[in-house]
Design a binder for this molecule. Structure first.
Ligand SMILES: O=C(O)CCC(=O)C(=O)O
Length: 297
């Protein structure tokens, strides 16, 4: 990728906290993601409740599957895993994070046609603070995303100054910002739209959410969490249960060298603890149920 374009991504990432790379994948490449996602959704038909892979929307049936999240699809189908070595993705990531990169989690947020559920405003940093702030997420559009099928909404510039907004309620981590207490101007939010194969890259501090899908089309976006190898998760390296989902930390290198010397930077941290009762490794959708004051009614 041309240096001039990469420099423009660096500038946008610094100034607005996110940028869009249109059509990073071509039609043949993205069709493999669509086929893999269709096959996974097909597999969900027999489920009557969420499990370790599928987070079901209320109203899911075998006739009309409604999935809100497929957890760690890269551990189920290689197409999601192989993407992390895509040369164009790696040139974008190294322009932002430097040469040594690790991945953490991968999640596919699926919004069913006609009502697929929204996601409340939050900062990813509130969920996974690290020893430094070289932490971001990449959203990959598997379907075309327009203003009506539940795009991610981002408040440009909300990544600075570095601060972690309150995602707690009554002393419990609810994974959502109270819209009446945050002092944010939600009218500034921008829908991130584009054709399938487009990616967007956003800073872990940026305030974002996602609208309801009011269209007759699905919206399936796959999200990859990446960080500089020297950014270490402050919640610690999870135990055996989490290793099964994420893979051991030492096997999550994406590019360059793994390091065992975290870079410690000054930064705001509030740990995402305690989780709402009954939640162990619940998805954001489950955790946000505990927030009574919702923006996306
Ligand atoms: O689904 C979306 O558009 C936003 C995803 C997101 O912010 C998350 O899963 O943390």
């Amino acid at each position: 990728m041309e240096q001039r374009i990469l420099q423009s991504y660096r500038d946008q990432y610094r100034d607005r906290g996110y940028f869009v790379v249109p059509d990073l994948l071509d039609e043949t490449e993205i069709q493999r993601f669509r086929d893999a996602t269709d096959a996974l959704i097909e597999r969900s038909r027999k489920l009557t409740g969420s499990d370790e892979i599928f987070d079901l929307e209320p109203g899911h049936t075998s006739e009309q599957p409604r999935i809100r999240r497929i957890k760690a699809p890269h551990r189920v189908d290689p197409v999601f895993d192989e993407f992390m070595q895509h040369p164009a993705l790696l040139s974008v990531l190294t322009a932002i994070l430097g040469p040594d990169i690790r991945h953490q989690y991968v999640k596919l947020n699926s919004k069913a046609a006609d009502g697929g559920v929204p996601l409340e405003w939050h900062q990813d940093w509130a969920f996974y603070p690290h020893t430094n702030d070289s932490v971001l997420a990449v959203g990959l559009m598997i379907d075309d995303v327009g203003p009506d099928n539940g795009p991610t909404l981002i408040i440009p510039g909300s990544h600075r100054p570095r601060r972690v907004l309150d995602h707690h309620r009554d002393g419990v981590f609810v994974g959502a910002i109270d819209p009446d207490r945050a002092g944010l101007d939600f009218d500034q939010a921008v829908p991130v739209t584009g054709s399938a194969g487009t990616i967007y890259v956003f800073d872990a501090f940026i305030v974002h959410g996602a609208a309801r899908n009011t269209s007759p089309r699905m919206r399936r976006n796959c999200f990859y969490e990446f960080m500089a190898s020297d950014a270490w998760p402050l919640e610690g390296i999870h135990g055996e249960d989490m290793k099964i989902v994420l893979g051991p930390i030492e096997s999550r290198g994406v590019a360059g060298q793994a390091v065992v010397t975290p870079r410690l930077a000054e930064g705001p941290v509030r740990l995402p603890l305690p989780r709402p009762a009954g939640q162990r490794y619940g998805s954001i959708y489950e955790i946000q149920q505990a927030m009574p004051n919702r923006f996306f009614a």
